[in-house]
Design a protein around this ligand. Structure first.
Ligand code: HEC
Ligand code: HEC
Ligand code: HEC
Ligand code: HEC
Length: 150
């Protein structure tokens, strides 16, 4: 063995030992049990509480709104896209508060001018110019935006 390598040998051995020690202590417990992943993460993910109910559930009590929504340009949206997670509300007969976003900024999340969005997919307005001084829902019915109130 050339002398240069001989001198490097202890360094290699230290690195390899260090690697093995760190691997031993840092590898999560169930890693590798069934494959190249942490097996216990499956149970963890299964135990995450559900938050969304889905539109079919809303339909049980608000079929009028589901029908309205389906008739106009917002038909592709889900109730909970705007009202937020609604499972607790739905499971408690509506007793549990649910979000009602009324501010201009909320509609702007989807509709404000943004050059990285295609105007063919979503109509964009400049919220600093489009009928300022009023809330969007003073004029547009959020469920049927083309049913203008004034
Ligand atoms: C089991 C029946 C039931 C289900 C299912 C249900 N709701 Fe309701 N919801 C109600 C009742 C009852 C009210 C009226 C409560 C009130 O006025 O205090 C209500 C009120 C609301 C309101 C108005 C709240 C307010 O503060 O005025 C919204 C928004 C709403 N529901 C959205 C939803 C959405 C979205 C879903 C589906 C995720 C849903 N609801 C599922 C029964 C239900
Ligand atoms: C584009 C966002 C949006 C979507 C999608 C949407 N909502 Fe709403 N919803 C609103 C806003 C904003 C209000 C408040 C309207 C107001 O105060 O004039 C509201 C009000 C309500 C209300 C209470 C007031 C009322 O008009 O009677 C209920 C109940 C409701 N929504 C249920 C639903 C259900 C059920 C769906 C799905 C079928 C749905 N919403 C989808 C934005 C939305
Ligand atoms: C989650 C995204 C989202 C939110 C939030 C949202 N919209 Fe929409 N909106 C859409 C989509 C998608 C369409 C259908 C495609 C289009 O025409 O832009 C649409 C269509 C519209 C249209 C018809 C545009 C046209 O050219 O025919 C109006 C008006 C409108 N929305 C108003 C509102 C108002 C007012 C609010 C707030 C209460 C709102 N939207 C919130 C996604 C959204
Ligand atoms: C004073 C009433 C009024 C208010 C407030 C209002 N709009 Fe409108 N909106 C209209 C009318 C009327 C039209 C159709 C004529 C036009 O395009 O201006 C329209 C058109 C639109 C369109 C379609 C534009 C297009 O190019 O086809 C969108 C999207 C829209 N509004 C979203 C919104 C949003 C989001 C808000 C709140 C930030 C809002 N509007 C506030 C009355 C209003």
């Amino acid at each position: 063995m050339p002398p240069q390598l001989k001198r490097l040998l202890p360094a290699f051995i230290i690195f390899i030992l260090l690697f093995l020690v760190l691997k031993y202590y840092l590898t999560p417990e169930t890693f590798g049990e069934k494959g190249h992943y942490r097996y216990s993460s499956i149970a963890e993910v299964q135990n995450i509480d559900m938050k969304y109910a889905g539109m079919d559930k809303c339909n049980e009590c608000h079929d009028d709104k589901v029908e309205e929504l389906g008739m106009d340009v917002h038909a592709d949206l889900s109730c909970e896209a705007c009202h937020g997670p609604g499972l607790t509300h739905a499971e408690n007969d509506g007793d549990y508060e649910i979000l009602i976003p009324t501010e201009r900024e909320f509609c702007a999340l989807c509709h404000s001018k943004n050059i990285s969005r295609s105007t063919r997919i979503i109509t964009q307005i400049n919220i600093l110019e489009h009928n300022t001084g009023k809330k969007c829902i003073d004029c547009h019915n959020p469920h049927m935006p083309w049913e203008l109130k004034e």
